[in-house]
Write a protein that binds this ligand. Structure first.
Ligand code: COA
Length: 667
């Protein structure tokens, strides 16, 4: 398996973009002065005046004419001339491969399907066969390069997007390393060739060929094979230790256990089969839990730990389809190869495929000519057993520590926000800032992922949502006399402006990373600007947020990225917004349920503010949007009732009546 170097990527790039005559532009390197100015502006709401003044000196020295900043900028420009994307390797390394954290919860996002109602165990296998069949269809679109080109939606809609990430869905593997992981890739072929998936069942791993004698297995054959696997997994005498648990450990620990495993040829063969598979299909045992949105999200993120399905996974592989016999289903994704949006596109294709071509299968074949699936064998030394028990302990601790709350905010959605002539994404981001401020009385460094697929090999940039204007707004909401609506608009405009900067490659995170890394490549001492406490504070993303919209009934979620932080993934729909908020129980700073409740209250206050403002501008003297208190801050208790729906309805009726009267009198 070759290391994912530039060559295969370029080949795909040429196909996905140039073949339709739309070669994408290269990611620009922003001007040094612009980045340093914006960097200082983003620090303002996060630092004390004293800290800020200190940092201002450091940044000014760095950016001074003839200074270190200019030298690094020149080198970065040279680098950008020689590569399709100057930040890609730096970013991949920094964001994923050098990160030593365990993948479940900390790194791997998941898609959660609606609960399935399987009446008998065979129903879950039938679902799995249908899904695999859809996956093979999708893969043939990839193999024949027939996937339609994506175009940007929302802000600056219409430009074509880089398709490269799709080609890694079923071909890549994240190999653990002692200091750094490696993303490896397999070349795929147009001709059907021997291909296999790995089926995990009761912590056992089975090789299931999906192309035999140059023929893709049909759904009935797939069901037959899955049925055989399920029976093989039932046999207790043959059961082997849950080696998959090792992949849930920290990356350095897993690299070490893998090194030990590799000493045995049996293990080497098993690892090789897993590393070369298309994807995993995890047939989970019933969790015994009530399948709420929140419990399904948790089960998808960690499998329920060693006692449930935590060992029925192989976290290095980008795509793991989970099918629980209790109907808890979804996808676990290793994130280094592609973004959540690509995962959503692929998964939506599969769910639509399943809906569009209902399975007519009755039963698996009782006799089959197909070669039997093979169980992967492991030779486990006492050392491996020790690693296993340590990995299991850590996973179980993570399971207990995850505080997750999936909440459907159903009072309004995108359409109401659009009617206010505001960007729904910016509005939700401002609401998240308001919620954090209400909980903690301050703003914190916030990450919002922005796609830069408009550029060759583009992945993501960061929208730093804790803007000075957002701080102005959240403070105004606590103040009786301040101009709340004006502040809200200013906050949304600032957020929207930052979004446009980010998606056009002019934001700061990638640029600062590039400058830092190129200094290291040049073997220079780490520049002061990157040693500064302000830089550390600005890179501690206490709020890690992302919009992952879906068009079918499913949702995405992930964990926080720092110990005292929140992961906040949201899925805006026309009449509601789904929020998936995660945090860690052992942090005294966070509580997902409280955050969600306060977020909900803030969203209602923002709506009331807009409605009252609309009433004001339509001439309703009782409006006075800016002169009403908008809830208490920090010290407010959760018992305080939210603004009532009845109040909102009355205001809306009043507005409609006023408008009717106005129209009538002008006729
Ligand atoms: N008035 C009325 N409507 C507006 C508006 C305004 N002022 N501003 C925006 N809208 C509309 C848009 O036209 C769009 O309409 P559509 O639903 O018909 O397409 C809709 O509101 C949504 O736009 P907006 O809320 O501004 O967001 P966006 O779709 O441009 O998304 C990002 C913004 C940053 C989320 C997006 O650019 C992005 O990068 N997405 C990828 C995120 C990602 O990578 N997630 C996965 C991480 S693993």
């Amino acid at each position: 398996m070759p290391v994912l170097d530039r060559e295969p990527d370029r080949k795909l790039m040429r196909f996905s973009c140039s073949s339709v005559g739309q070669a994408l532009p290269k990611l620009p390197v922003p001007a040094l002065g612009d980045t340093l100015d914006l960097y200082l502006r983003t620090l303002r709401p996060l630092l004390t005046e004293e800290q800020y003044q200190e940092t201002l000196k450091i940044v000014t020295t760095f950016g001074a004419p003839g200074g270190l900043g200019e030298l690094l900028q020149r080198r970065l420009l040279e680098r950008s001339e020689n590569r399709a994307n100057w930040v890609y390797d730096y970013w991949l390394n920094d964001m994923y491969l050098a990160n030593r954290m365990a993948l479940p919860i900390n790194s791997s996002p998941v898609m959660v399907f609606p609960p399935q109602h399987f009446r008998a165990p065979i129903d879950s296998l039938r679902f799995a066969a249908h899904l695999i069949s859809g996956m093979l269809e999708y893969k043939s679109l990839l193999d024949t390069r027939s996937l339609p080109l994506d175009y940007a939606r929302g802000q600056l809609a219409g430009t074509p997007l880089c398709m490269e990430q799709y080609y890694r869905l079923f071909t890549s593997y994240r190999l653990p390393g002692p200091q750094r992981d490696t993303l490896v890739a397999q070349q795929s072929s147009v001709m059907p060739e021997p291909e296999h998936i790995i089926v995990a069942c009761r912590n056992q791993f089975f090789v299931m060929d999906v192309v035999i004698n140059f023929r893709r297995l049909n759904e009935r054959d797939l069901l037959t094979q899955l049925d055989r696997i399920s029976k093989m997994a039932d046999s207790e005498e043959e059961r082997l230790p849950p080696i998959g648990l090792l992949t849930s450990d920290g990356r350095t620990e897993w690299a070490e256990s893998r090194r030990v495993l590799m000493k045995e040829s049996t293990n080497r063969d098993a690892l090789d089969m897993i590393e070369r598979c298309l994807c995993l299909v995890c047939l989970d045992q019933s969790s015994g839990l009530d399948l709420t949105d929140t419990s399904r999200a948790k089960l998808m993120l960690h499998g329920g730990g060693g006692a449930k399905n935590g060992g029925n996974r192989w976290y290095d592989k980008p795509m793991q389809f989970v099918i629980g016999s209790d109907g808890c289903c979804g996808v676990v994704c290793e994130h280094s190869a592609f973004e959540g949006i690509v995962l959503v596109q692929c998964t939506e294709y599969l769910l639509k495929y399943m809906r569009g071509s209902p399975s007519k299968l009755v039963r698996a074949a009782s006799v089959s000519e197909l070669p039997a699936p093979r169980r992967l064998r492991w030779k486990c030394t006492p050392e491996i057993h020790k690693h296993l028990s340590s990995s299991e302990d850590k996973l179980n601790r993570q399971v207990r520590n995850l505080d997750m709350d999936v909440h459907k905010f159903h009072e309004y959605g995108k359409e109401f926000i659009k009617k206010q002539k505001m960007s729904p994404d910016a509005y939700i981001q401002v609401a998240l800032q308001l919620a954090y401020y209400k909980c903690h009385g301050r703003l914190v460094s916030t990450y919002e992922s922005a796609s830069i697929r408009r550029f060759q090999e583009g992945r993501v940039e960061n929208i730093r949502s804790a803007t000075a204007e957002a701080l102005g707004f959240v403070r105004a909401m606590a103040d009786l006399k301040s101009k709340k609506m004006e502040r809200l608009r200013a906050a949304i405009n600032a957020q929207t402006k930052y979004t446009v900067l980010a998606i056009t490659g002019k934001a700061i995170d990638n640029h600062l990373l590039g400058l830092r890394e190129i200094a290291q490549d040049l073997k220079l001492e780490k520049p002061e600007i990157f040693k500064d406490t302000a830089f550390l504070i600005s890179n501690q993303f206490i709020l890690s947020t992302s919009q992952v919209p879906t068009t079918v009934d499913m949702f995405c979620c992930y964990g926080p990225v720092v110990p005292d932080g929140y992961g906040a993934c949201y899925n805006p729909q026309s009449d509601h917004v789904l929020f998936c908020v995660s945090s860690f129980r052992d942090s005294p700073q966070t509580c997902s349920e409280e955050f969600v409740q306060i977020l909900e209250r803030g969203l209602l206050e923002m709506r009331d503010l807009c409605v009252r403002h609309n009433a004001d501008t339509n001439g309703n003297p009782s409006g006075k949007a800016d002169e009403r208190p908008s809830g208490n801050y920090k010290e407010e208790t959760l018992e305080r009732p939210v603004q009532s729906q009845a109040y909102f309805n009355i205001v809306q009726i009043l507005v409609s009546l006023m408008m009717l009267l106005c129209n009538h009198s002008t006729k």
